[in-house]
Design a protein around this ligand. Structure first.
Ligand SMILES: NC(=O)c1ccc[n+]([C@@H]2O[C@H](COP(=O)([O-])OP(=O)(O)OC[C@H]3O[C@@H](n4cnc5c(N)ncnc54)[C@H](O)[C@@H]3O)[C@@H](O)[C@H]2O)c1
Length: 346
């Protein structure tokens, strides 16, 4: 990357992409050079708001900008692989939104393209960047909870199917899957990453679409994805992760996890808003003690971190394409397990 000049970033997509723009601008060594969206009016408005000089409707024109170092891909999921592979081929580092792709083969192709181009590919597993989750990652990694042997994770909503303006989320061709991908990706990834990304062995899953057909019909929207998914993932090291994700169902929605270690456990509630994390330990007399976990200051957001790892290629990426490909493999196995009714090897 070029000497003392600022790193130049371009963002494709202006929904979630807006947060990428803000993220890049919050890094002192980065500037936002270009914005792209098929909704040109919105792209122009955001480029003006955030001071980007170039605005495009066609992402290929943005990728043709030689001076661009980094590209964010924040468009509907079916476009992730196509745009990511083209951006890597054009010599850019890519920060792509989650889930990686609609199909496992596409996610694999993205990782191959990054290797071929010798460029960095990171996926925005946004919850990993929370200062509290990072604090817990450090503590688990240092052995504070002993050996982790079991974890469960839930990301569920009540009557929360995205059927409005974002209705591409409910079409399989555009999204690849429903709650299983949209929320399941976080539900599995967060605890798996906290456990140190152990290799998965097999997945037994159930994937359902029981609420969506009637809700979509009521609004005249076409939807053909799942609204609830649950899976048990056996890891090669013997641990088990159970996770569930749903957009709808007759239950109060919640997000959180519980992680069981031989020396202590941790529970997390409401990671979307009002995050609370508690350590569950025993004192020297064997009495149960609960301690709230506090973060040590701030941590870099995903875009700041991505700029840092692109400036210094020796730095480890917090959510590399390769790591996230394993997450995609688990989600794919969960869907296959629904079809076969059996555990599926990963
Ligand atoms: N990390 C997270 O927690 C998180 C949260 C929300 C969404 N996401 C992900 O971000 C991605 C985008 O979701 P969103 O909520 O922003 O969707 P959105 O529909 O709000 O925005 C997508 C944008 O992409 C634009 N677009 C569509 N096709 C395009 C094309 N060919 N070229 C350029 N622009 C195009 C649309 O006009 C729209 O502005 C999805 O993959 C989603 O899963 C991630």
């Amino acid at each position: 990357m070029r000497g003392s000049k600022k790193v130049r970033a371009g963002v494709i997509g202006t929904g979630m992409g807006r947060y990428h723009m803000e993220g890049y601008l919050s890094h002192p060594k980065c500037e936002l050079a270009a914005v792209c969206d098929i909704n040109l009016e919105r792209a122009r408005a955001l480029a003006a708001e955030y001071g980007a000089e170039q605005v495009f409707r066609d992402y290929r024109e943005l990728l043709a900008m030689e001076e661009l170092d980094i590209v964010s891909v924040a468009v509907p999921t079916y476009l992730h692989a196509r745009m990511t592979i083209a951006a890597l081929g054009a010599g850019k580092h890519v920060l792509c939104e989650k889930p990686m792709a609609t199909k496992l083969a596409d996610a694999e192709a993205m990782v191959r393209a990054a290797r071929r181009a010798k460029r960095r590919l990171m996926i925005n597993m946004s919850y990993r960047f929370s200062p509290l989750q990072q604090e817990m990652h450090r503590r688990i990694g240092s052995g504070e909870l002993g050996r982790i042997y079991y974890a469960k994770s839930h990301y569920t909503r009540r009557n929360g199917i995205p059927l409005g303006a974002n209705s591409w989320f409910v079409r399989k061709r555009a999204a690849g899957g429903g709650a299983s991908l949209d929320l399941g990706v976080h539900a599995f990834d967060l605890v798996w990453w906290l456990m140190g990304c152990p290799k998965p062995a097999w997945v037994l899953g159930g994937v359902y679409s029981e609420m969506l057909p009637a809700r979509a019909a009521q609004l005249g929207v076409e939807g053909d994805v799942d609204d609830l998914a649950a899976a048990m993932v056996r890891l090669r090291s013997g641990q088990v992760i159970f996770f569930e994700a749903s957009w709808d169902g007759h239950q109060p929605g919640h997000e959180g996890y519980e992680i069981y270690g031989t020396k202590g456990g941790v529970s997390c509630r409401d990671w979307e808003r009002g995050l609370k994390m508690t350590l569950h330990l025993e004192d020297s007399r064997g009495r149960s003690v609960d301690r709230p976990v506090k973060a040590r200051g701030k941590s870099a957001n995903a875009c700041q971190h991505f700029v840092d790892v692109c400036l210094d290629r020796r730095k480890k990426m917090l959510a590399s394409g390769e790591e996230c490909l394993t997450v995609a493999r688990v989600l794919d196995a969960m869907n296959q397990s629904q079809k076969t009714g059996k555990p599926v090897k990963v």
